[in-house]
Design a protein around this ligand. Structure first.
Ligand code: SAT
Ligand code: MN
Length: 589
């Protein structure tokens, strides 16, 4: 037994006062027992056993359907270490305000101890977390999203390190909801929410906020990125990692099916949300996906937009806050054309087709094992991960930002990542469609001062050898993409989905030292023949518009970006300042 783990479990049980403590082993029998209990108490409903075998439906509290960023805190001793983009609470305040909310919170409930591993078993990248929770829904979700139970305890051994995660549903009242992170002591406290990103503590809380701080201390990267392999007709696979804000199509891109004219190409899915990256012995950055499942946005997922996801979720899956059909199948907008009769909406009310409300919550989710994905990479379980040739930053921008451009070099690429802005989505509570700065798609997920984060990225790419070795670094190229450009009439200019392969293919040729490009003030964009448009149906003139660089428009945004950087004061790396100034000059602003 692991003494520190046992002591912590005793301490938490003494404070939260559960009726019983259950150590989870991740076995089928345990899973079935928990599901049986939740079917009885109404937490779960069984879905149509023919169409969705071994799959379940869950409705969360109507005020608890997305991440609550305003209730998410970084609890460092010094406020400056959390930085201007995070909510800060001192550890002492957290002890005074949040710890008492756990007192007796598990009375009448079961306390589950959930050991889990982030990363493939036996991977040198892998890390152990233990989540204590009073939600059985969290337990069965963690079983899909992580490698849970014995495998984690084996990895931990008798005195290994682990990240402590304490979670209680509390009373689900948003007034008593807090998600607190202690990056200085590898600990997470979450109370008052049962929603994915707030409650499945292995995901954003550990794998990004806590791991990000660990990564900075230890010289690696923990990023909000999908990982995919693009295999060309010659059979060579190139891997890229791409950062997009929540609900901007990471899962769709990770599982992309190439258009018909790209015969012989194939996409391999390594991950759809999180990447942990380290230098390998060849000087390249190698990435693993620390997760074992997908927690994907359901609405918009259908046989046309993401056939691989539709196949992945056909069994052994959990659906949260979607609508339900008469015959107990999950349903959401965009799953098929037309709306069936007799739907029950995400709140549990009969749904009238044509009503202004959506039947499924816009942030309703599927939770499905990655191993069921038809495009899952043969390297998914590889302990070393995959070598990354390109980083891609993406945003949801209706105007201005071109379909794709390439940064001039590493430092400029870090500047590009730091300057990303995107329109908000339903993945977090609050207004949707508002433009906000979301550097590296990490704004809600950076567990320390984001100025230091920019500096860490600059250090990763600093000239020279991989630290501690005589191996020269071989850094990925950096790109920015935007699938969401709209015409004056509000129509999407780019078809997106499978057609995004055309953009990936240009990126791949650039990585191989080929691919037509023209230099512009913001970076390189594809030249006239750069993007293969064979068989692409697109409005006349749209391609030119998509690749046009509006220097005046970028210049007009420069002062806002300047204000954003100013928030970081002297924690903003000098190199970001230098890049920003160089950009101003190139834009003629
Ligand atoms: O709710 S999660 O944070 O897990 C998903 C997301 O918003 O990216
Ligand atoms: Mn995400």
């Amino acid at each position: 037994m692991h003494r520190a783990l046992e002591a912590w479990v005793h301490e938490i049980a003494a404070h939260t006062k559960p009726d019983r403590v259950v150590w989870c082993d991740g076995s089928d029998a345990e899973n079935e027992r928990l599901i049986g209990e939740m079917l009885k108490d109404g937490t779960l409903q069984r879905l149509n056993a023919e169409k969705f075998p071994n799959s379940y439906y869950h409705r969360s509290h109507a005020s608890d359907v997305a991440r609550t960023e305003h209730l998410t805190f970084i609890c460092t001793e010094k406020k400056d270490d959390a930085g201007p983009t995070n909510n800060w609470m001192s550890p002492a305040d957290a002890s005074a305000r949040v710890w008492p909310l756990f007192a007796g919170a598990m009375k009448g409930r079961t306390m589950y101890v959930v050991p889990y591993l982030m990363g493939p078993a036996s991977s040198p990248f892998a890390k152990v977390g233990v989540e204590i929770t009073d939600s059985a829904y969290v337990v069965i979700s963690m079983r899909i999203m992580t490698r849970m139970g014995a495998v984690a305890l084996n990895h931990l051994g008798e005195n290994g390190e682990f990240v402590k995660g304490l979670h209680s549903l509390g009373d689900l009242n948003p007034d008593r909801r807090f998600i607190c992170h202690f990056p200085e002591r590898n600990e997470i406290w979450s109370v008052g929410s049962g929603y994915g990103g707030n409650a499945l503590l292995g995901k954003k809380c550990f794998a990004l906020r806590i791991a990000g701080a660990q990564a900075r201390r230890e010289g690696w990267l923990a990023e909000h990125m999908l990982i995919l392999g693009l295999e060309d007709p010659a059979g060579e696979t190139t891997y890229v990692a791409a950062a997009f804000p929540s609900a901007c199509g990471k899962t769709n891109l990770a599982m992309l099916v190439p258009p018909a004219s790209f015969w012989g190409y194939k996409i391999w899915t390594v991950g759809d949300d999180i990447a942990w990256l380290r230098f390998g012995p060849d000087g390249r950055l190698w990435a693993i996906n620390p997760e074992a499942g997908f927690f994907g946005v359901a609405p918009g997922t259908g046989p046309k937009t993401n056939p691989n996801a539709m196949e992945t979720i056909r069994k052994n899956s959990i659906f949260t806050n979607t609508a339900l059909t008469k015959d107990m199948c999950p349903w959401w907008e965009g799953m098929e054309s037309g709306t069936p009769e007799g739907l029950t909406d995400w709140r549990g009310n009969p749904y009238t087709p044509g009503s202004a409300d959506k039947a499924a919550h816009p942030n309703s989710r599927f939770t499905a094992p990655a191993s069921q994905c038809p495009s899952i990479s043969p390297k998914f379980e590889d302990p070393q991960g995959v070598p990354i040739s390109a980083f891609i930053f993406g945003a949801r921008r209706g105007s201005l930002v071109p379909l794709v451009y390439e940064a001039f070099d590493w430092n400029h690429g870090v500047y590009v990542g730091s300057s990303v802005a995107s329109e908000t989505t339903a993945a977090a509570t609050g207004a949707v469609g508002v433009l906000r700065r979301d550097p590296f798609a990490m704004l809600p997920f950076c567990g320390y001062n984001m100025g230091d984060y920019f500096g860490h990225w600059m250090n990763i790419g600093a000239p020279g050898n991989v630290p501690g070795t005589s191996t020269p670094k071989r850094l990925p190229k950096i790109f920015h993409v935007n699938w969401f450009r709209q015409s004056a009439e509000g129509k999407f200019l780019w078809p997106g989905f499978g057609e995004n392969l055309r953009v990936l293919n240009w990126i791949l040729s650039r990585c191989r030292g080929k691919g037509e490009a023209v230099e512009t003030p913001i970076g390189y964009v594809p030249g006239p023949g750069g993007i293969d448009t064979t068989g692409l149906s697109i409005a006349p003139g749209a391609m030119e518009e998509l690749l046009r660089v509006d220097a005046k428009g970028f210049a007009a945004e420069w002062p806002q970006l300047n204000e954003f950087y100013a928030k970081f004061g002297d924690r903003l790396p000098a190199e970001i300042r230098r890049q920003h100034e160089a950009q101003r000059k190139r834009l003629g602003a």
